[in-house]
Design a protein around this ligand. Structure first.
Ligand SMILES: Nc1ncnc2c1ncn2[C@@H]1O[C@H](COP(=O)(O)OP(=O)(O)OP(=O)(O)O)[C@@H](O)[C@H]1O
Length: 228
């Protein structure tokens, strides 16, 4: 599904040029559950932005589902994101004035899905994360763990092929974090491809495969049940 070859990402020019990612090679197959670990500033978010079609590499190629995203125009990248990738963030990124239901419906509005169908799809996604009974609540009326589950429902509602999660448990207490990771386990068992950034090795251990990134370079660690 993901095939990254020789990817470098640089910022600045001339003397100020910094290579944040350095000659990255990475393949992720459909159905894998991968954790990307690394210290602050190592390049995790930069790699995530490229994986999520939010940014393009300076050099190298990124093939996603057989299509080369490294040369794609911004408008096409946006289409790939909308149709094929679900994003989950540390701080949930829900819109505070919209109910859980409306937050989950947002990606469907962008995708042009209307009326009853949109409502049904959002309800199914909220059911999947166990929050159908909270659909009319605002984010401020939900706990952090519940807000993250709404965000997961929003990420799932388009039935994306890839879920990208950036520190999904970073703002949660242990129990709510475990709950989110249990949800990921279930999604993985259903065949969803998941790539998760974390700096917590216990969280990373929940994935099947762990990739360490240090100073812009990848080092892969074998994990029980995982593939190298
Ligand atoms: N737009 C930018 N312009 C210049 N430098 C940048 C830019 N974005 C990121 N960087 C630099 O790239 C390096 C890697 O940043 P990145 O955010 O990918 O790290 P990270 O591993 O996600 O860190 P954290 O865990 O703290 O979020 C950092 O040194 C950062 O300062």
């Amino acid at each position: 599904m993901i095939h990254i070859q020789g990817v470098t990402k640089s910022y600045g020019q001339g003397n100020l040029k910094t290579d944040v990612l350095k000659d990255i090679h990475l393949t992720v197959s459909e159905g894998e559950y991968v954790a990307i670990m690394g210290p602050s500033g190592s390049g995790k978010s930069t790699l995530m932005n490229i994986l999520g079609a939010l940014d393009r590499p300076t050099q190298g190629t990124y093939q996603f589902q057989g299509r080369d995203l490294s040369q794609m125009e911004a408008i096409e990248l946006a289409r790939v994101r909308n149709q094929s990738i679900g994003f989950i963030f540390q701080q949930f990124q829900l819109l505070s004035r919209l109910t859980a239901q409306k937050n989950v419906e947002l990606p469907l509005i962008y995708a042009g899905i209307r009326g009853l169908k949109r409502k049904e799809m959002a309800t199914t996604a909220l059911n999947r994360v166990g929050l159908a009974d909270r659909r009319d609540h605002l984010p401020s009326e939900l706990s952090g763990g519940q807000q993250q589950r709404v965000a997961i429902a929003r990420a799932l509602v388009n039935q994306p092929d890839l879920l990208l999660a950036d520190e999904p448990t970073g703002a949660l207490d242990q129990a709510s974090g475990d709950n989110v990771l249990d949800l990921f386990d279930g999604l993985h068992q259903e065949g969803k491809t998941i790539v998760m950034i974390t700096h917590d090795s216990e969280v990373a251990a929940r994935a099947n495969r762990r990739i360490d990134i240090l100073d812009g370079r990848i080092k892969e660690t074998s994990q029980a049940g995982g593939s190298v």
